[in-house]
Design a protein around this ligand. Structure first.
Ligand SMILES: C[S@@+](CC[C@H](N)C(=O)[O-])C[C@H]1O[C@@H](n2cnc3c(N)ncnc32)[C@H](O)[C@@H]1O
Length: 183
């Protein structure tokens, strides 16, 4: 975005990732997406890429993220939400995989919790000395109508649904669900 002449600012919660972005000369802020550290109507475009939505356990908190996006967008501004394609993910979910990378064994366990509509992943890595580290990732996967309704509650109207960044129309086999909404 910066190379193309825009004036982007990035936001993340992780100091380590922000440090790496800053090292590339990018302007970034640390903050929580439920309370953006930006003024009202200060952006023409908000990009939320690579499954950066649906993290919070309570629906009201996920809605709060969209409320913040709507608040910082200028009227007519656009929001791009790049999410997993639920049907494709569920059809191809691998419950357990294991691989060896650079002497480290990675074990990934995945499941879909239909009640909470969440894809849950547990990652364990074990190094050559037998040291373990485990963490969990958990994200809501949305149907197109669900995400459109949620965006609508925050004043964001869906304009287009893409299946990839080439603009392929969304369908059940599409690699991604990219939602383009307008304030
Ligand atoms: C799947 S990554 C996507 C990162 C980036 N959007 C990209 O496309 O490479 C999700 C990011 O969300 C950040 N994150 C997690 N919780 C957050 C929060 N409450 N507020 C802001 N960022 C958060 C994580 O630190 C992580 O970098």
């Amino acid at each position: 975005m910066a190379r193309r002449g825009f004036d982007p600012v990035g936001l993340d919660l992780s100091p380590a990732l922000l440090f790496r972005a800053r090292a590339q000369g990018l302007r970034v802020s640390r903050g929580d997406m439920r309370a953006l550290p930006f003024a009202d109507a200060s952006f023409e475009l908000v990009l939320q890429l690579f499954t950066s939505f649906g993290y919070f356990e309570r629906d009201v908190e996920n809605a709060a993220v969209l409320a913040e996006v709507a608040r910082v967008l200028a009227p007519g501004g656009r929001h791009v939400l790049d999410l997993m394609n639920k049907q494709r993910v569920l059809a191809s979910l691998v419950p357990r995989s294991e691989e060896l990378r650079g002497g480290v064994r990675w074990i990934q366990e995945r499941c879909f919790d239909a009640v909470r509509r969440r894809v849950e992943k547990q990652v364990t890595c074990i190094d050559a000395a037998g040291r373990h580290d485990t963490w969990r990732e958990s994200v809501v996967v949305y149907e197109p109508a669900e995400i459109a309704a949620l965006l609508g509650t925050q004043g964001l109207q869906v304009e287009a649904l893409w299946g990839d960044f080439g603009g392929r129309p969304f369908d059940l086999e599409a690699p991604r669900m990219i939602v383009i909404a307008r304030r």
